[in-house]
Write a new protein. Sequence first.
Length: 114
Amino acid sequence: MEDLQPLKEMIGSASIVGLGEASHGMHEIFTMKHRIVQYMVTELGFTNLVLEENWGKGLMLDQYVLTGKGHPDKILSPVFNNKEMTQMLEWIRDYNANPKHPNKVRVIGMDQKN
Protein backbone atom coordinates (compact mmCIF):
# COMPACT_ATOMS: atom_id res chain seq x y z
CA MET A 1 0.00 0.00 0.00
CA GLU A 2 3.02 2.20 -0.31
CA ASP A 3 1.53 3.83 -3.41
CA LEU A 4 -1.32 5.17 -1.24
CA GLN A 5 0.98 7.02 1.18
CA PRO A 6 0.24 10.43 -0.45
CA LEU A 7 -3.34 10.07 0.83
CA LYS A 8 -2.11 10.56 4.39
CA GLU A 9 -1.08 14.13 3.67
CA MET A 10 -4.17 14.81 1.54
CA ILE A 11 -6.50 13.56 4.27
CA GLY A 12 -4.59 15.28 7.05
CA SER A 13 -6.70 15.54 10.20
CA ALA A 14 -10.04 15.07 8.40
CA SER A 15 -12.47 12.75 10.15
CA ILE A 16 -14.75 12.40 7.11
CA VAL A 17 -13.49 11.50 3.63
CA GLY A 18 -15.79 11.05 0.65
CA LEU A 19 -15.06 8.52 -2.08
CA GLY A 20 -17.27 8.99 -5.12
CA GLU A 21 -17.35 7.49 -8.57
CA ALA A 22 -18.10 8.67 -12.08
CA SER A 23 -20.29 5.63 -12.69
CA HIS A 24 -21.77 2.93 -10.46
CA GLY A 25 -20.66 -0.63 -11.01
CA MET A 26 -17.24 -0.11 -12.57
CA HIS A 27 -14.81 -2.86 -11.55
CA GLU A 28 -11.75 -0.60 -11.45
CA ILE A 29 -13.40 2.01 -9.23
CA PHE A 30 -14.60 -0.51 -6.65
CA THR A 31 -11.21 -2.24 -6.66
CA MET A 32 -9.51 1.08 -5.91
CA LYS A 33 -12.09 2.00 -3.26
CA HIS A 34 -11.39 -1.29 -1.50
CA ARG A 35 -7.67 -0.48 -1.42
CA ILE A 36 -8.32 3.06 -0.16
CA VAL A 37 -10.72 1.87 2.56
CA GLN A 38 -8.20 -0.77 3.63
CA TYR A 39 -5.47 1.90 3.81
CA MET A 40 -7.68 4.33 5.73
CA VAL A 41 -8.61 1.65 8.27
CA THR A 42 -5.19 0.09 8.80
CA GLU A 43 -2.97 3.15 8.46
CA LEU A 44 -5.16 6.10 9.45
CA GLY A 45 -7.54 4.55 11.99
CA PHE A 46 -10.86 5.20 10.25
CA THR A 47 -13.70 3.10 11.71
CA ASN A 48 -16.87 4.02 9.81
CA LEU A 49 -17.85 3.28 6.23
CA VAL A 50 -20.94 5.11 4.99
CA LEU A 51 -22.49 3.55 1.90
CA GLU A 52 -25.10 4.69 -0.59
CA GLU A 53 -27.55 2.12 0.76
CA ASN A 54 -30.70 2.71 2.78
CA TRP A 55 -30.63 2.68 6.57
CA GLY A 56 -32.03 -0.86 6.88
CA LYS A 57 -29.51 -2.37 4.47
CA GLY A 58 -26.79 -0.46 6.30
CA LEU A 59 -27.87 -2.09 9.58
CA MET A 60 -27.78 -5.55 7.97
CA LEU A 61 -24.34 -4.91 6.44
CA ASP A 62 -23.11 -3.63 9.81
CA GLN A 63 -24.26 -6.86 11.45
CA TYR A 64 -22.47 -8.80 8.73
CA VAL A 65 -19.12 -7.06 9.29
CA LEU A 66 -19.48 -7.35 13.08
CA THR A 67 -20.83 -10.89 13.40
CA GLY A 68 -20.63 -12.62 10.01
CA LYS A 69 -24.43 -13.08 9.98
CA GLY A 70 -25.98 -12.80 6.54
CA HIS A 71 -24.10 -12.18 3.32
CA PRO A 72 -23.58 -9.02 1.24
CA ASP A 73 -24.90 -10.77 -1.90
CA LYS A 74 -28.31 -10.98 -0.22
CA ILE A 75 -28.24 -7.40 1.13
CA LEU A 76 -26.59 -5.04 -1.36
CA SER A 77 -28.65 -3.14 -3.91
CA PRO A 78 -28.15 -4.42 -7.47
CA VAL A 79 -25.91 -1.51 -8.48
CA PHE A 80 -23.47 -2.32 -5.65
CA ASN A 81 -23.87 -6.10 -5.64
CA ASN A 82 -20.55 -6.94 -7.27
CA LYS A 83 -17.47 -9.01 -6.49
CA GLU A 84 -15.37 -6.01 -5.48
CA MET A 85 -17.90 -4.62 -2.98
CA THR A 86 -18.42 -8.09 -1.50
CA GLN A 87 -14.65 -8.53 -1.17
CA MET A 88 -14.35 -5.18 0.63
CA LEU A 89 -17.09 -6.11 3.10
CA GLU A 90 -15.51 -9.55 3.62
CA TRP A 91 -12.17 -7.83 4.32
CA ILE A 92 -13.87 -5.58 6.91
CA ARG A 93 -15.53 -8.63 8.49
CA ASP A 94 -12.16 -10.41 8.71
CA TYR A 95 -10.50 -7.28 10.10
CA ASN A 96 -13.20 -6.96 12.77
CA ALA A 97 -12.89 -10.65 13.70
CA ASN A 98 -9.22 -10.21 14.58
CA PRO A 99 -8.89 -9.61 18.35
CA LYS A 100 -5.84 -7.41 17.65
CA HIS A 101 -8.27 -4.76 16.36
CA PRO A 102 -10.34 -3.49 19.30
CA ASN A 103 -11.81 -0.60 17.26
CA LYS A 104 -14.25 -2.24 14.90
CA VAL A 105 -15.17 -0.88 11.48
CA ARG A 106 -18.88 -0.11 11.25
CA VAL A 107 -21.06 0.17 8.13
CA ILE A 108 -23.78 2.81 7.87
CA GLY A 109 -26.45 3.22 5.19
CA MET A 110 -27.30 6.82 4.31
CA ASP A 111 -29.50 6.75 1.21
CA GLN A 112 -33.21 7.58 1.25
CA LYS A 113 -34.18 5.02 -1.40
CA ASN A 114 -35.66 1.64 -0.56
